[in-house]
Design a protein around this ligand. Structure first.
Ligand SMILES: [Zn+2]
Length: 344
């Protein structure tokens, strides 16, 4: 048996003794050392997304030590320090074979239960993971930092999909976790100026600390004017929308120059109204970015080489047992609260 933090009903958690997961021949059993609470876990706990149907052990941003391996596992052994992709994809899928595994059909997300699938996650002492989604953690990277690889890889995927050049100016709508990693990656890529807007002043302060050159309160009136002043009166070369709501997208569209590309990462709203004529006549390119497609190794390498700052984004590292109260604080949108990492 093992301990696990179980979502037993919507908005209700319990620490329970549950059986240690059985591994299949191609899976390993990971002894979980650190696991982050994801925004999607917080949004999912009240039933509003339909993707955390109780009872479920959530948690997909995790790291740990391999405890045991299935009989068909090769290249991994007990004692290896690992992290893993948040999704389990089929290697035989048409998209996977094209190198687009993030778009493959019938992907399963670890720690998610919806109408299509149910897979227990890492808010527990142990989690079962197929070998093809494992990544080795560099020796100098802590388990807590390795548990942050998933959001960094999401940011990296968005940046990799964006056509950018040295010294390009960038405008970001939103300064949450993913945006703060995108800002750091853009800084590494030589972008300038890097401009971000958000409603939350704490996040804007963090954005400045992590590489943004200019930040704006989202409700101030002259954002577009300010952006124009910083970009030869043209608008930014590149835009990122990292919230997923109409007013943010609108400001990003208005804040980029003609011919600019905008990468869309946020997707809180299923539908938003688009200023079609503006997009067509200003010849803008909209690029969606979904999850991660192989960026884990690079993300781990950047962490190992100290190229990405993680600590300012970790609000707390606490025992698994304290999970419920931190879930509640995240659910209440406590100001300044970013990533909470649990230790089973
Ligand atoms: Zn996540």
């Amino acid at each position: 048996m093992m301990k696990a933090l179980v979502l037993t009903a919507y908005n209700k958690f319990a620490m329970e003794e549950v059986p240690i997961p059985l591994i299949k021949d191609d899976e390993v059993l990971v002894h979980v050392k650190a696991v982050g609470i994801c925004g999607s876990d917080v949004h999912g706990m009240d039933g509003s997304t339909g993707r955390r149907q109780p009872p479920i052990i959530m948690g997909h941003e995790a790291s740990g030590i391999i405890e045991s391996v299935g009989q068909n596992v090769s290249g991994w052994k007990a004692g290896d320090r690992v992290t893993f992709d948040s999704t389990i994809y089929q290697l035989s899928d048409w998209y996977s074979r094209k190198g687009l595994y993030n778009l493959s059909d019938n992907r399963i997300v670890i720690g998610v239960s919806c109408n299509e699938f149910r897979r227990d996650g890492a808010f527990a002492s142990y989690v079962a993971v197929p070998q093809h989604i494992l990544y080795k953690i560099p020796d100098n990277v802590s388990f807590e930092h390795a548990a942050m690889v998933e959001p960094i890889a999401v940011a990296l995927h968005a940046v990799n999909l964006t056509d950018l050049s040295l010294n390009d100016s960038v405008l970001l709508g939103g300064a949450g976790m993913i945006a703060l990693f995108i800002i750091q990656l853009l800084k590494l890529s030589g972008c300038n100026p890097i401009m971000a807007f958000d409603l939350d002043q704490d996040r804007l302060n963090l954005a400045l600390k992590l590489g943004a050159s200019h930040v704006f309160k989202a409700d101030s009136e002259n954002i577009i004017e300010e952006i124009k002043k910083l970009t030869h009166n043209r608008g930014a070369d590149i835009g990122f929308e990292v919230v997923g709501i109409a007013p943010v997208l609108k400001t990003v569209i208005e804040g980029v120059r003609k011919g600019a590309g905008i990468t869309l990462v946020g997707n809180i709203s299923p539908n938003v109204e688009l200023p079609l004529q503006t997009i067509v006549t200003r010849q803008l390119k909209l690029q969606g970015s979904c999850a991660i497609c192989g960026e884990y190794e690079t993300a781990l390498d950047l962490i190992s080489r100290n190229m990405i700052k993680i600590d300012p984004l970790i609000s707390a590292i606490v025992p698994l047992e304290e999970g419920p109260s931190w879930f509640q604080r995240l659910y209440n949108h406590e100001p300044g609260l970013m990533k909470v990492i649990l230790q089973p």
